[in-house]
Design a protein around this ligand. Structure first.
Ligand code: FES
Ligand code: FES
Length: 163
C-alpha cells in the first residue's frame, strides 16, 4: 500500500457521467468534495458520521457513500451522479416517480435517495415494500416520513419493468 505525506498532490482520473476528469488531489481529500469541486453539486454533505446518505453516488456499478471514499481510492473509477441520470432531456423513471408521488420536500436527501433507489432496482427490479425500506435504510430523510419515497420507488420499479 502506498504511503502518502499530507503535502503530496496525487493525480487521479475520474469518469463522471461519461466525462473524464484529471485532477490533482491531496491524499486525504474525500471523493464527495472532489465531485462537488468538479461541479457535481447534487452530491451533498449532510453529516460527518457516514449516516445520512446525502453523498450517495454509483461507483463502478455499486452505490457508495462518497464521504467514506478517499478520492485517491476512486482513481480510474466510473461514477454516476444525479446529473447523469436524465437522458436526452428526459427524466429517469425514478425522477419522474419522485415528482409524481411528492417524494420530497426540502430535497436535500433526494439525489442520494434516488441513486440508492437506482442501485436497489438494478439489484432487485421488483422489490417488496419491506425490501425497499431495507434498501434505503442507509439514507436519511428528515422531511417526508418515507411513505411517499417508498411509493415512488415502487412506482418506478413498475414503470421500468413495463419499459
Ligand atoms: Fe452523510 Fe456521507 S455526508 S453519509
Ligand atoms: Fe428534506 Fe428528505 S426531503 S431531507
Amino acid at each position: 500500500m502506498k504511503v502518502y505525506s499530507p503535502d503530496d498532490k496525487v493525480k487521479i482520473t475520474l469518469k463522471v457521467n461519461g466525462n473524464v476528469h484529471e485532477v490533482e488531489v491531496e491524499p486525504r481529500k474525500l471523493l464527495v468534495h472532489v465531485l462537488r469541486d468538479l461541479g457535481y453539486k447534487s452530491v451533498r454533505v449532510g453529516c460527518d458520521t457516514s449516516h445520512c446518505g446525502a453523498c450517495t453516488v454509483i461507483m463502478n456499478g455499486r452505490s457508495v457513500k462518497s464521504c467514506t471514499v478517499l478520492a485517491v481510492e476512486a482513481d480510474g473509477a466510473e461514477i454516476l451522479t444525479l446529473e447523469g441520470l436524465a437522458k436526452d432531456g428526459k427524466l429517469h423513471p425514478l425522477q419522474e416517480a419522485f415528482w409524481e408521488n411528492h417524494a420530497l420536500q426540502c430535497g436535500y436527501c433526494t439525489s442520494g435517495m434516488i441513486l440508492q433507489a437506482y442501485w436497489l432496482l438494478k439489484e432487485n427490479p421488483n422489490p417488496t415494500e419491506e425490501e425497499i425500506r431495507e434498501g434505503i435504510s442507509g439514507n436519511l430523510c428528515r422531511c417526508t416520513g418515507y411513505q411517499n419515497i417508498v411509493a415512488a420507488i415502487k412506482a418506478a420499479s413498475q414503470k421500468m419493468r413495463n419499459g
